[in-house]
Write a protein that binds this ligand. Structure first.
Ligand code: GDP
Ligand code: MG
Length: 148
């Protein structure tokens, strides 16, 4: 089944939003397949955001991501990449609808609390980068109550 990479950024951890964010994905019906708290090095953050290296905000973005521990997760489910992005909301919290994570908990684009993969291909790359050790596979007994 489809998987996505979700990361609670340092502001989300510092502000005590870890439980709330995990609940939103859990309550939707997605399955948690990987989870760890870690502080990443500059070179690792630069690799994660390599596609944005030419942007004027890149240096600030890297400083932000390495400023404290983050929670790295793998979530699984039907359409989890696209639906995960909807749960997260627009990149700029000023444009994120209320009810989304960024819409409810963030104000500025440079402190937008959470990352989510933007495609199945980037999810695959990001999961490989953040979970080189692999993830635990398990099957939820709720499956037939969530899927037809
Ligand atoms: P995302 O996929 O919605 O996270 O957005 P992007 O992949 O385009 O950008 C990655 C992250 O860089 C965003 O989540 C923001 O934290 C940050 N970012 C993007 N655009 C800007 C910007 O214009 N200014 C600043 N300060 N940060 C930005
Ligand atoms: Mg992105």
């Amino acid at each position: 089944m489809e998987q996505t990479f979700i990361m609670i950024k340092p502001d989300g951890v510092q502000r005590g939003l870890v439980g709330e964010i995990i609940s939103r994905f859990e309550e939707k019906g997605f399955y948690l397949k990987g989870l760890k708290l870690m502080t990443v090095e500059r070179s690792f953050a630069e690799k994660h955001y390599a596609d944005l290296s030419s942007k004027p905000f890149f240096a600030g973005l890297v400083e932000y991501i390495i400023s404290g521990p983050v929670v790295a997760m793998v979530w699984e489910g039907k359409n989890v990449v696209v639906t995960g992005r909807k749960i997260i909301g627009a990149t700029n919290p000023a444009d994120s609808a209320p009810g989304t994570i960024r819409g409810d908990f963030a104000i500025e684009i440079g402190r937008n609390v959470i990352h989510g993969s933007d495609s199945i291909e980037s999810a695959r790359k990001e999961i490989a980068l953040w979970f080189p050790e692999g993830i635990t596979d398990w099957q939820s007994n709720l499956h037939p109550w969530i899927y037809e």
